[in-house]
Design a protein around this ligand. Structure first.
Ligand code: AP5
Ligand code: MG
Length: 211
C-alpha cells in the first residue's frame, strides 16, 4: 500500500505514521526527518537546507524530489510506504505520479488553534525522531528519549515566527493538494483533533482495516 499523509504542521502526521507504519508493515518516510538528519550530519544537502527549515520555508522542489526519488529506490520501499510531508506542492505531486503513484492521500483535519498549541509544546528526539508533547506525551525521564536514550529537544522551527510561516506556506502551497487528490478519487479525510489512539482508530476505519 502506498499512502500519503497530508495536513497542516502539527496535524499529527508523524505521530499517526509512527503507529500505522509498524501496524501495516510499511516504512515511514518523512521528508522533514530526512532533512533534519542531513542538517544534523552536516551533509552538503543539510548545509543548504538548514536555514530554510529553521525559518519554516519550503525546500525547493528540485532538491526535495531528488531526495524522495533516492529514498523510494531503497529495497524497503519497493512494495509500499507512508510518505509523511511529501508531496507538499503540485509539482511534487506530479513528480510522485511519475515515480510511484500513491493509492490514497490521507488528509488529517485540525484547526489552526489546535496545531499552534500542539507545536508550541512538542518535543522530539534528536537521535531517532520520536515525537513527544510536554502536555500529554512526555518521555518517562525528562529530556531523555524512551526509545533510544537520545536527547529530547524543541525543534528549531517550533518557534512562533516559524510556525506562522509554516501555516502560511501550508495554506498557499499544500492545501491545494486536497482537491488535487480529491479529483483523482484518492482522498480520505480524517478528523485529527481527538487523542492519538482515536485518530489512529479513525484512520484504520477509513482504510477498512478493522474488518
Ligand atoms: P516536517 O517535519 O514535515 O514538518 P511539518 O509539515 O511542519 O509537520 P510537523 O512535523 O510539524 O507536524 P506533524 O503533522 O508531523 O505533527 P506531529 O505528529 O509531530 O517538515 C519540516 C520542514 O522540512 C518544512 O517546514 C520544510 O522546510 C522541510 N520540508 C519537509 N518536507 C518538504 C517538502 N515536501 N517540500 C519542501 N520542504 C519540505 O504532532 C505535533 C505535536 O502534536 C506533537 O507534540 C504530538 O505529540 C502532538 N500530537 C499529535 N497528534 C496528536 C493527537 N491526536 N492528540 C494530541 N496531541 C497530538
Ligand atoms: Mg512531522
Amino acid at each position: 500500500m502506498k499512502l500519503i499523509f497530508l495536513g497542516p504542521p502539527g496535524a499529527g502526521k508523524g505521530t499517526i505514521a509512527d503507529l500505522a507504519a509498524p501496524a501495516l508493515g510499511l516504512p515511514h518516510i518523512s521528508t522533514g526527518d530526512l532533512f533534519r538528519a542531513a542538517v544534523k550530519d552536516e551533509t552538503p544537502l543539510g548545509l543548504k537546507v538548514k536555514g530554510i527549515l529553521a525559518s519554516g520555508g519550503l525546500v525547493p522542489d528540485e532538491l526535495t524530489i531528488a531526495l524522495v526519488e533516492e529514498r523510494l529506490a531503497a529495497p524497503d520501499a519497493r512494495s509500499g510506504w507512508i510518505l509523511d510531508g511529501f508531496p507538499r506542492t503540485i509539482p511534487q505531486a506530479e513528480a510522485l505520479e511519475r515515480l510511484a503513484p500513491a493509492d490514497k492521500a490521507v488528509n488529517f483535519e485540525v484547526a489552526d488553534e489546535v496545531v499552534i498549541g500542539r507545536l508550541s509544546t512538542r518535543r522530539v528526539c534528536r537521535a531517532c525522531g520520536k515525537i513527544y508533547n510536554v502536555r500529554n506525551m512526555r518521555p518517562k525521564q525528562e529530556g531523555v528519549c524512551d526509545a533510544c536514550g537520545g536527547e529530547v529537544y524543541t525543534r528549531d522551527d517550533d518557534k512562533e515566527s516559524s510556525i506562522k510561516t509554516r501555516l502560511e506556506n501550508y495554506r498557499k502551497q499544500t492545501a491545494p493538494l486536497i482537491d488535487w487528490y480529491g479529483s483523482r478519487g484518492k482522498l480520505l479525510t480524517i478528523g485529527g483533533e481527538g487523542g492519538a489512539e482515536a485518530v489512529f482508530a479513525a484512520f484504520r476505519a477509513a482504510l477498512g482495516l478493522n474488518k
